[in-house]
Design a protein around this ligand. Sequence first.
Ligand code: PMP
Length: 420
Amino acid sequence: MTEELFNESKKYFPGGVNSPVRAFKPYPFFVKSAGGCKITDSEDNTYLDYCLAYGPLILGHANPKVVREVSNQLTIGSAYGAPTENEIKLAREVVDRIPSAEMVRFCNSGTEATMSAIRLARGFTGRNKIIKFEGAYHGAHDYVLVKGGSGAACLPDSAGIPTDTTKNTLSVPFNDEEALTELIEAEGENIACLIMEIVMGNVGCIEPKPGFLEFVRKITEENDIILIFDEVITGFRASRGGAQQYYGVTPDLTTLGKIVGGGLPMGAFCGKREIMELIAPQGPVYQAGTFSGNPISVQAGLSTLSQLDEEFYKDLERKGDFLRSNIKSIIDDEQYNIQCVGLASMFQIYMNPAEVFDYADAKNSDSERFLRYFRALLKEGVFIPPSQFECNFISSAHGMADLQDTAEAIEVALAVAFKK
Ligand code: PMP
């Protein structure tokens, strides 16, 4: 039945899907429903879900408060094309939580957020070039599809992007102070911004080396380069104030997505007032959207964030520590030459023993073994993103018994992946 659905799907959608990473081999399952930490496919198989729609669902699927409040909002309208008081409430939440946020603009996806933040940095500095890290993914727009991670990891430069656009996008390896210093020494006065994921969540899960973020902050400040932290994944995930609070380094601008919309489509960018004031209609940098600040997404964001206090994050981090330490024990006991990485409620297994500091290190992982592990895990009733180059997420809906079951499933799946 799934195979039939996929064959039908391929007639209508390129590759049978509406976003590339979903198309795992031989075919993806088709979702019938989801609730809490579980997702059910069209053949009535139920999986413990650690993909969680690639990150937004920090409360799990169909959280009761979100469902109730979003349903109420639906009855009084789904789009207005005019401002609402709830937008102000959500902006207050963002400003209160995210250290760098003084003003906010809501948009509709992470892609829109990074595209607009980069335009803003260019408008503010009058410079054209930007720096990103190799393997970092900042969405599917032209400025940043250069040495990207996620679905673009195997397609370093997409067809259809003019070289005139990407010639302004410079990239260096993550965690490499020397390479960044050299690039900024050569190009500093032409560079509008450096955009980075604080934790590289689109090539697995790579943390910054101690001192690296402080170094990046200092060198960008000294060279009048706008520092943008792309917290589309880590915002409201790594901690209440995102990864910038977790690591204690504050950028000039921050991009958000996923959790800010509580499971509905949404993005945001925010930052220093003097920069944000350049956005239209207050300033000359154009940015707009029919659905921006959409009342349904804004309500879902409010209903979600209202449940995320400091205690919530402590609890979620405990769950993350529990699962990671269980996975590490399995790896140690069986002497598999691989590693489990992660922080807070994020984790991944690299099919590679050497510590991973950048994209090149991540690519040393055995992706084929990872896919065997992924498929075996699915058979055991656990769904993770089907790629070595994604991150796995835990929600508050995952109970300790679910995590224990997951560790047991991982033990079985790794044994399958390592079978000769
Ligand atoms: N930035 C990062 C760090 C992301 O992980 C993603 C998506 N996974 C994006 C930007 C793009 O967000 P969206 O898919 O909502 O456009």
